[in-house]
Design a protein around this ligand. Structure first.
Ligand code: GDP
Ligand code: IMO
Ligand code: MG
Length: 434
């Protein structure tokens, strides 16, 4: 059975959570395959707003199986907190949540390393991570010697593993500048605490790789929920201002254990403009009144960290690169209600780099810092569009804007979102034309 993947095409927060929640109705299984509690996915349903970090956005339909696959880095404290908060609001989280025994576990030293290392970034400016221990945990996974997978926590060797790691990490942290005030890395304490987490999580732990392969062979419908965005991919994004996993479409197979040939439909999610949280180049950034207009109307403050998001014009060079890399079939354009009331909208259609015009996305961060965006200006629209439910009822300016994005990315726009609620969504039956 073919599987579908939802992937962000910018620097995260494209409203993937909303799209996954909408598509869940037509799927049996929803899978997070990379990232961890650095993600903050919002689902608005029945007048309630839910913020999810680790639990897949399919959790609101109890008949759907949610899976955290082996490519996820799992912070057990954050996950249990999220499970408790959902349960307290009447959302079922029981056997409908499955955790891979191969997911790597985040420990207190990872938070400390994250904080200490980001200050020492060698490329000029801090990455501005979410300080959720993501990078350091993936480092240990690839380094192997000091890593712990969820399945390890149920073995007799777990205590010895913790003792050895704590010894090595204590030396390492001292070398990096020492832990924060009040943070103690004590083997016994950590062992006790994590054994309790392991006990609570036990009913959810499974071999998710075998489960997913069986499910696909049995023709069940699987939906993959990407976290972060394609431009934050560790191999293909704006390195080093990226996250530490393959957050583009290429990460689905390695993160979930599902061969690429099963993924027959990729939905690329984009905001109608661009945002970025943290450091790194952002060619179309508008650090001015336009950026502020977008930030105010879009409530552009981080879901996880509440940091103000940097805002700017839609960058079709970056988005086209991302759509190609992630193998996108169709586009979902989100938050189209936000740029209403601007007299004109700019779309970046090319970059000038060292006096040369290009539509290629540069591979080196120094080149991306240097590019000058070439803009095409389109008329805006003054109407509020949050109540529009049909493509034909959008103002001419909005239709033309969508059409131009579709043309520049060479892909049809299948979904348009005009507000956070499930109902504030327009499904196209054809490519928009004006
Ligand atoms: P994700 O990480 O990709 O799931 O996105 P986030 O949840 O971090 O950020 C998207 C934000 O936009 C959330 O607050 C959503 O509730 C909100 N949102 C989603 N779609 C729309 C929309 O069409 N219009 C507006 N105004 N807000 C939206
Ligand atoms: P969702 O899934 C937006 C950014 C951080 C930082 C960089 C590295 O909600 O779209 P990390 O903690 O991963 O090492 O931080 O990546 N970042 C995100 N930005 N949305 C996210 O997730 C992000 N996850 C990480 O701000 O710049
Ligand atoms: Mg988010």
């Amino acid at each position: 059975m073919p599987a579908t993947c939802v992937v962000g095409l910018q620097w995260g927060d494209e409203a993937k959570g909303k799209i996954v929640d909408l598509l869940t109705e037509r799927h049996d299984i929803v899978v997070r395959y990379q990232g961890g509690a650095n993600a903050g996915h919002t689902v608005v349903t029945g007048g309630e707003t839910y913020k999810l970090s680790l639990v897949p956005s399919g959790i609101f339909r109890p008949e759907v199986q949610c899976v955290l696959a082996g490519g996820v880095v799992l912070d057990p404290a954050a996950l249990l907190e999220e499970i408790d908060a959902l349960t307290a609001r009447g959302i079922k989280v029981a056997e409908n949540l499955m955790l891979s025994d191969r997911a790597h576990v985040i420990f207190p030293w990872h938070f400390e390393e994250d904080r200490l290392l980001d200050r020492q970034c060698t490329s000029g400016e801090a990455i501005g991570t979410t300080i959720r221990g993501i990078g350091p945990c993936y480092c240990d996974k690839v380094g192997r010697s000091l890593a712990v997978r969820l399945g390890d926590m149920y073995r007799a060797s777990f205590r010895g593993q913790i003792e050895q790691i704590v010894e090595a990490k204590s030396r390492g942290l001292a070398g990096l500048g020492g832990t924060s005030d009040g943070v103690r890395i004590d083997a016994d304490e950590i062992f006790q605490q994590y054994s309790e987490y392991a006990r609570r999580l036990k009913p959810h732990v499974a071999d998710t790789t075998a489960y997913l392969l069986d499910a696909l062979e049995a023709d069940r419908k699987v939906l993959f929920e990407g976290a972060q965005g394609t431009l934050l991919d560790v191999d293909h994004g704006t390195f080093p201002y990226v996250t530490s996993s393959n957050s583009s479409g290429v990460g689905v197979s390695s993160g979930s254990g599902v061969p690429g040939r099963y993924i027959t439909r990729v939905i690329g999610v984009l905001k109608a403009y661009a945002t970025r949280v943290g450091g790194g180049p952002f060619p179309t950034e508008q650090d001015n009144q336009i950026g502020q207009h977008i930030r105010d109307r879009g409530n552009e403050y981080g879901t996880v960290t509440r940091r103000p998001r940097r805002c700017g014009w839609f960058d079709a060079v970056a988005a086209r690169y991302a759509a190609r890399l992630s193998g996108v079939d169709v586009l979902a354009i989100m938050l189209l209600d936000v740029p209403s009331q601007l007299p004109e909208l700019n779309i970046c259609t090319a970059y000038e780099l060292d006096g040369r015009r290009t539509t290629d996305f540069p591979g080196h961060v120094d080149d991306l810092r240097k590019v000058v965006p070439v803009y095409e200006t389109l008329p805006g629209w003054q109407e509020e569009i949050s109540d529009v439910r049909r493509m034909d009822d959008l103002p001419a300016g909005a239709k033309r804007y969508l059409d131009r994005i579709s043309q520049l990315l060479d892909r049809p726009v299948e979904v348009v979102s005009v507000g956070p609620d499930r109902r504030q969504t327009i499904f196209a039956t054809r490519v928009v034309t004006v």
